[in-house]
Ligand binder design. Structure first.
Ligand SMILES: C[S@@+](CC[C@H](N)C(=O)[O-])C[C@H]1O[C@@H](n2cnc3c(N)ncnc32)[C@H](O)[C@@H]1O
Length: 257
């Protein structure tokens, strides 16, 4: 839960000091006023990508390499703007361009946080409606994913993404009930509250296989105890290995044995 925002604000919940924040603002200004023409800017985005963003790309690449040999879908719980889904589509194109069976499924309300219980802590980052995206954002993200898919190898075959809108407490169990053929190669848990996390874990439990990877965004963060409570509850009888991500210490990687 390192970032937060809404339609009004996209500021970062951050441990950066004033000087670092000043440098970030300078980078933002230089990006907004970039002398590069748009097509060159798109091709040279790394010029403006900070290390704290680059590490996300490296992390997702590490996760993708771990599950490349497995069948099954890639799931994200808590999509927000959808950067991870775009990364997953493009990592799919890099690592397995001929695999058009790799479905990517994202679950989000697209209207921000909801469904808190007494196992969760409401705060600045997580409270009703934080992380809301603008109206129709789901449709924008669907078009963006399709554009990436179309630009990648075998782009004439599209439709490998599913964006499921609504409370994950209901939508995840429904998705797995409606798609009994589903196996889960990877699931990224980034809602952080108890009820959607526990219901999603229970719903996908029988779709996990040896090697399946589950990523928990902030498993040990005191600000979101619901994630760990849900994990301990459902994983009581599952054989797994767990590690802290090497490049991204807040993330825990669970591999099913
Ligand atoms: C921390 S953000 C996800 C960030 C994203 N994974 C990323 O790395 O950019 C958490 C997301 O969970 C969504 N969310 C919160 N409560 C939810 C619920 N009950 N069901 C579905 N999505 C929910 C919010 O709308 C928000 O987009």
């Amino acid at each position: 839960m390192t970032l937060h925002g809404s339609t009004q604000t996209s500021s970062e919940g951050t441990s950066a000091d004033e000087q670092q924040l000043g440098q970030r603002r300078q980078l933002e200004r230089m990006f907004q006023e970039s002398p590069l023409p748009p097509e060159h800017l798109m091709f040279n985005l790394g010029m403006y990508t900070r290390s704290s963003v680059l590490v996300k790309f490296l992390f997702m690449n590490d996760i993708y390499q771990r599950i490349r040999h497995l069948p099954g879908v890639l799931v994200e719980l808590g999509v927000w703007w959808g950067q991870n889904l775009v990364l997953l589509e493009n990592l799919r194109a890099i690592h397995e361009p001929f695999n058009k069976q790799r479905i990517v499924v994202g679950f989000d309300t697209f209207s921000g946080y909801r469904t808190f219980t007494d196992k969760d802590i409401r705060g600045d980052v997580m409270s009703d409606g934080t992380y809301a995206t603008p109206p129709s954002y789901r449709d924008y993200l669907a078009s963006l994913l399709e554009a990436h898919e179309g630009a990648n190898a075998f782009g004439h075959q599209r439709g490998n993404h599913r964006l499921v809108e609504g409370d994950a407490t209901q939508t995840v169990p429904k998705y797995f009930a409606d798609h009994p053929e589903t196996l889960v190669a990877m699931a990224f848990f980034d809602i952080g509250t108890y009820l959607p996390t526990v219901e999603a874990l229970k719903a996908m439990k029988s779709s996990l296989m040896p090697g399946s990877v589950l990523v928990f965004d902030e498993l040990t963060w005191p600000g979101a105890p619901g994630e760990a409570i849900a994990f301990k509850e459902v994983f009581r009888d599952i054989d797994y290995a767990i590690e802290k991500a090497a490049l991204y210490p807040s993330k825990a990687i669970v591999t099913i044995k």
